[in-house]
Design a protein around this ligand. Structure first.
Ligand code: HEM
Length: 472
């Protein structure tokens, strides 16, 4: 989702005011706490050029080495404090979360929809988050296994035949379809196609320069976002008429009523649907793309994962029976491959918050209005917590990581509400991939692209073939 986008540092949000909190929280006397070490760069541009002319990960790592785990910078017009320690991330996201608010550029907020839960703090956030969590609870998602399997199988079938595909591009289609299942349950294929067509245009324009000039990617995306509202409005009408006792996210949004009998507005419903789709798609697709690269690069590991999955495949009468929830909870090696991929790739390298009052952390001042970035990737690549961090080694997850050192899904009140379904989708796709297909990466096998998540070069072009099944 958006959090990783470096562009997200335009930060113009003024979401909520906290008068009560401001009264209760005594500002830090400025003479006591000092700003953390670090460079604010050049006037106006700060260190933005340095950030853009090198690998962003190098930017953060070199500054951590130079200044320590708390340092300041100035990027894209915003003064920031970066926190590269587990304690720092926990301070901002968990123990002192009430002192920091989520912050996104207005242009992005407009594109997703300002009522989407991750722009909010407080009551509205709590209630919408509860609705997402109920809709994505283990009890609900276990019923989706057969549908996710059929989406995975038809995706894999369409890739096979030896033609070159962009793995990332295809994974995006898979995670979009899986996202649709988690939001609507079964959705008629016309609606699905219409949503997919418009969503693709929104996705393309989301990271482009925000301008209302007709013909630009951003403007086209704004128009497509309006179309999404119309399509969703039709889906909502149909859902209301059907009156089926369903438990999917849309049904839960529609049936919500607070203690005063108030219901959610249609804008609140549509913004949250687009928000969840948005949070679900690129994230899962990027991690899956990395998983395919890591497995391809380590054939011995791939064979071991295959052995684990073949045993399940055989137990299910060579795929005659669907996967069970218990089977998806008992794929230890595959699960460790997923965890290690989440750590290695750290696709959400950091997140953003904004200090709503002056805050003191470890003797350093974080002034009100400054952006605060917990640096997940730096923590995931710190040899103190993960020895030889640049080596892909799933066995490191045979023992649990130290508390707050592994946060691929964030932490605290805004932590990922979809982490269980994301892992389920990945396990299911890997199961069908390794038991029935093989693949070969095409062209340059190294290099990273940022779009905005780090992904393998050119989205990992690859060929897929269906393995001939030995029926002996
Ligand atoms: C591997 C895939 C995924 C990764 C790595 C991931 C990561 C994250 C992270 C780091 C956050 C917290 C952001 C912050 O604190 O600013 C987040 C939030 C969120 N994610 Fe995910 N996510 C993934 C997949 C999904 C899926 C599949 C869904 C839904 C179906 C989802 C729904 C959400 C929602 C709704 C939030 C906002 C929660 C809130 O603000 O309360 N995510 N995700």
């Amino acid at each position: 989702m958006e959090v990783v986008s470096i562009l997200a540092c335009l930060f113009l949000s003024s979401l909520l005011s906290y008068p009560l909190l401001k009264k209760m929280w005594r500002p830090v006397p400025k003479q006591r706490a000092k700003l953390p070490p670090g460079s604010m760069g050049w006037p106006l541009v700060g260190e933005t050029l340095q950030l853009y002319t090198q690998d962003p990960n190098v930017f953060f790592v070199t500054r951590q080495k130079r200044y320590g785990e708390v340092f300041k910078s100035h990027i894209l017009g915003c003064p920031c404090v970066m926190l590269a320690s587990p304690e720092g991330a926990r301070f901002v996201l968990v123990t002192h979360a009430q002192l920091f608010k989520p912050t996104y550029p207005k242009s992005k907020e407009k594109m997703i929809g300002p009522s989407a839960l991750f722009f909010h703090q407080g009551n509205y956030h709590n209630l919408t988050r509860k609705l997402v969590q109920t809709s994505l609870s283990p009890d609900t998602i276990r019923k989706l296994i057969p549908s996710i399997e059929s989406v995975a199988i038809s995706a894999l079938e369409s890739w096979s035949g030896g033609h070159v595909i962009s793995t990332l591009h295809e994974m995006k289609k898979f995670s979009f379809d899986a996202g649709i299942l988690s939001i609507f349950g079964q959705l008629n294929s016309n609606f699905r196609q219409m949503l997919s067509d418009s969503y693709r245009v929104v996705d393309k324009g989301y990271n482009s320069f925000p301008t209302k000039i007709p013909g630009t990617a951003y403007h086209r995306a704004l128009l497509a976002r309006k179309r999404l509202n119309q399509i969703l409005s039709e889906i909502i009408c149909e859902k209301k008429e059907s009156k089926l006792p369903e438990k999917d996210f849309l049904a839960n949004l529609l049936s919500f009523k607070n203690e005063k009998g108030e219901i959610l507005t249609e804008d609140q419903i549509t913004d949250n649907i687009i928000g969840v789709l948005f949070a679900a798609q690129d994230t899962t697709a990027s991690v899956l793309t990395w998983i395919l690269k890591y497995l391809h690069d380590d054939q011995k590991l791939l064979e071991a994962v295959k052995a684990e999955q073949m045993a399940i495949y055989e137990a299910n009468g060579r795929g005659e029976k669907p996967l069970t929830w218990a089977q998806t909870r008992n794929m230890p090696l595959t699960y460790r491959v997923i965890l290690e991929s989440l750590r290695m790739a750290s696709i959400i390298s950091f997140t953003f918050r904004e200090a709503i009052v002056d805050v003191e952390y470890q003797g350093c001042l974080i002034p009100k209005g400054w952006k605060v970035l917990p640096l997940f990737r730096n923590i995931h690549h710190n040899p103190e917590f993960f020895p030889d961090p640049h080596i892909f080694d799933p066995s490191r997850f045979e023992t649990a990581p130290k508390p707050n050192t592994f946060m691929p899904f964030g932490n605290g009140v805004h932590a990922c509400a979809g982490n269980e379904i994301a892992k389920l989708e990945m396990l299911i796709l890997i199961h069908h991939l390794v038991t029935k297909f093989r693949w070969e990466v095409v062209g340059s096998q190294n290099g990273i692209q940022y779009g905005p998540f780090p992904v393998p070069h050119q989205g990992l072009p690859a060929r897929f073939w269906k393995e001939s099944i030995n029926l002996a």
